[in-house]
Design a protein around this ligand. Structure first.
Ligand SMILES: Cc1ncc(COP(=O)(O)O)c(C=O)c1O
Length: 446
């Protein structure tokens, strides 16, 4: 408790010896010069030493309605005093049913089933397991292969890690899951750099799935998983026609198509889900993050009715031996219901449409700034890519991230990319401020 009091007055004392093994963080570097957030409201954080910081990354792509929104805070408060926990194995509680029903009404037609998890990683693994079990229950148990994509990110659990395609997230952790293959990524700097929205070139990259099908025989493949827009690899927007082609190939071969909508879900692209924006419908899709506005951890897998129905045949009994102690946790459901109330009351799931052009123009005004070799965007999701400093990949973007933070703007650093995904309540002057701050930061980086 003393530590918390110290943080509040900005002492940051003693962190070098702290027990907290921080995730995805250079622990020693951070603990020597910590950046501590103490409070949040709306579009802003306040640091432990009282500085206001504009949130240009919606927390971590999750706080889509902005911070500490009253309907969400109140719903969680109420729930925690009423019932802290209830099991969802052989038991139930009303909020889980209500939340699932409301979620399914937002989804594309035909997705009336929702399986709850607690994170994006668990959602990815759950979707892959549902795909495998679905084929088996229908008598196609030979479909045991899973296909991911280079530069994909599906979290850190074994299934998601295996189908993911970011080398650093895989290399330390052994051979992973058997029967996993990857199609090529969609990034083509030569032809598509500085594209506004969907790039013109590259629909044919989807044909790489045919190569994998030919090599392994399509009847052995259970599912293909992709992010509609790859987020963690630095906002890679699918070329025009690419997702359509992937859908066609999957349908032709009886392979399930899974969209990982952990980032793109809940309004990021101006529609509740990316599949609605692109007009391409998967068979399963995963969500997390914006589902509860980041307030309480939660994720889910949406399944097409036909997939759920396939499990509901034969003698009654547990149809899917899968679930988490906290699947449908009451606090998460309460947070989720408060989140949907907020999204609906403020029209946030479509608000990005009215801001997209302004956001795009502001972002592309960084073309020509120091070191910028690409700018890409869709909805309220964007990135700039920097020329790496020789022998020091990621260093330049990291320095720019630090400078922007010192100037009061938080943006996401990943490798040589800075990514932008403000809460969907953002106003135009705040968008301008994010890009102006980054422009100044870039000018100061060698
Ligand atoms: C597309 C995608 N899938 C899965 C995940 C993993 O989510 P979590 O960190 O909640 O496990 C992420 C996280 O950023 C993501 O972007």
């Amino acid at each position: 408790m003393n530590k918390r009091a110290d943080f509040a007055v900005g002492k940051n004392a003693g962190l070098e010896a702290s027990a907290f093994w921080m995730p995805y963080t250079a622990n020693r570097q951070f603990k020597k010069a910590p950046r501590l957030l103490a409070r949040a409201e709306g579009m802003y954080y306040w640091t432990a030493d009282g500085r206001q910081v504009l949130d240009g990354q919606a927390g971590l792509w999750c706080v889509n309605a902005g911070h500490c929104r009253p309907k969400i805070v109140e719903a969680v408060r109420r729930q925690v005093g009423e019932m802290d926990f209830a099991p969802t194995f052989q038991m139930g509680h009303p909020a889980a049913f209500e939340f699932a029903d409301r979620l399914s009404r937002l989804a594309p037609a035909g997705f009336s089933r929702v399986f709850f998890t607690n994170s994006g990683s668990e959602s990815a693994d759950t979707a892959l397991k549902i795909a495998l079990a679905y084929h088996r229950v229908r008598g196609e148990g030979q479909r045991i292969r899973l296909v991911g994509r280079e530069r994909g990110y599906h979290g850190v659990n074994f299934g998601g890690m295996a189908v993911g395609g970011i080398p650093a997230t895989r290399k330390a952790f052994g051979p992973g899951v058997a029967g996993v293959h990857h199609i090529r990524h969609t990034h083509d700097l030569q032809k598509n750099s500085f594209s506004r929205g969907q790039p013109q070139h590259g629909a044919e990259f989807a044909d790489d799935l045919e190569r994998v099908c030919t090599l392994h025989d399509p009847s052995t493949i259970a599912a293909v998983i992709v992010e509609p827009v790859a987020g963690s690899a630095g906002v890679l927007v699918p070329p025009k026609g690419y997702l359509e082609r992937l859908r066609e190939i999957c349908t032709k071969h009886g392979i399930l198509l899974i969209f990982d909508e952990v980032i793109t879900g809940f309004g990021r692209l101006g529609h509740p889900f990316a599949s609605q924006r692109f007009g391409v419908t998967p068979d399963l899709f995963t969500v997390a993050k914006g589902m509860t506005n980041g307030t309480v951890p939660m994720g889910a897998v949406f399944a097409k009715d036909s997939i759920y129905e396939a499990f509901m045949q034969g003698p009654e009994g547990i149809e899917l031996f899968h679930g988490y102690t906290y699947s449908g946790h009451p606090l998460a459901c309460a947070a989720g219901l408060g989140t949907l109330d907020t999204y609906e009351a403020e029209g946030l799931l479509t608000r990005a449409q009215s801001l997209e052009k302004h956001f795009e123009d502001g972002l592309h005004s960084l073309r020509g700034s120091h070191h910028v070799i690409d700018v890409r965007n869709l909805g309220l999701m964007g990135a700039i890519e920097l020329e790496p400093r020789p022998g020091q990949p990621g260093a330049r973007a990291y320095e720019a991230f630090l400078k922007a933070f010192e100037a009061g703007v938080l943006v996401r650093w990943t490798g040589d990319v800075l990514a932008f995904s403000p809460p969907l309540i953002v106003e135009k002057p705040q968008i301008d401020r994010i890009f102006e701050t980054v422009r100044t930061a870039l000018a100061a980086v060698q």
